[in-house]
Design a protein around this ligand. Sequence first.
Ligand SMILES: [Zn+2]
Ligand SMILES: [Zn+2]
Length: 261
Amino acid sequence: MLEAQDTRRARWGGFGPCIGRGQCDGCPILEAWRGQCTVVPVNAPRVLVRVDPVFAPDSLFTGPAGHRLWVTTGPNDGDFRHRRPWSWEDAARVRGWDVGRRYYDEHGEGFWLERTARVPALGCVITTRARGSFTRHAFRVARCRVALLHCAGECHHDVDLLNAISHACPGPEGANEERSDLRWTHAALATPPPADNIRFHVDIRPMSVKIAAINGGHLEQARLTLSGSGWTAERIRAAGDALRAHLSPPHLSRPACGPPR
Ligand SMILES: [Zn+2]
Ligand SMILES: [Zn+2]
C-alpha cells in the first residue's frame, strides 16, 4: 500500500499490495491468518491510521526499524496513544474496512480506513431469532435494545443489512428508553425514496420510530423499530437507507450489494 512510494517500507514485504486492493484470495501470508482478524477499536464510518516510524538507536542511516500504527478518529484526534498501536501485520488482519486515501500533515503520514457493511459497528451486539413465520434481529448498544428488525417470512437479506443498520445505531450515550424529540414532521426527511419493488413508510411516535418496507405485493416485508433518544432524523434516514440498499424484494435475484451510500 504505502511501500510502493517509499522504499523504506519495502521490508514490510508482501502485505502492501494485498490490503490496498483487497484481492487476497490465494495470498499465502494472509491465508495463514484467515480467521484471526484485527478489530478496529472505534465506532466510526472511517478512521485515520497514523504511521509512526520507530528508529533503533543506531539506525539513523538505515531507516526505521519498524512502524507503529495508531488508530485515530481523524486529523484532530490527538488523544489516541492510550490505544494499543498496531504493527503492519495487525493492519493486514483488519477485515471489512477498505483502505482509503493516504494522508499527510505536519505530524506525519497515514492512511484512511473506510468501514463497509461487511462488519458491524463496534459496541453493537446483533442477535437473530427465527420463529415459524418471522425472524427478528435485535440490536443492542450498552445492553439496551435500540433497534429491532422484524422480517416477515424468511429473510430477504444477508448479514450486510444487519451490519449497515448497526452503523446507523446511536452510541451508548443515545441508547436508552427515553422518548425522542422528533415529531411526525421529520418523517418525510427520514424516509428513503422507493427502491425497485420496495417502498418505505416511516412512522414517528414519541416512544419509537417504525420504518416499514413494503413490497410490490403491498405486503410488509420487513419492519424496523427504533427506540431511544439517540435516534436523530439523520440516523433514522441512515437506517432506512440500509434497508433500501440491502433488502431484496422476494422472488427476485439478489443484486450485489454496492458500496455504502
Ligand atoms: Zn493477499
Ligand atoms: Zn431478516
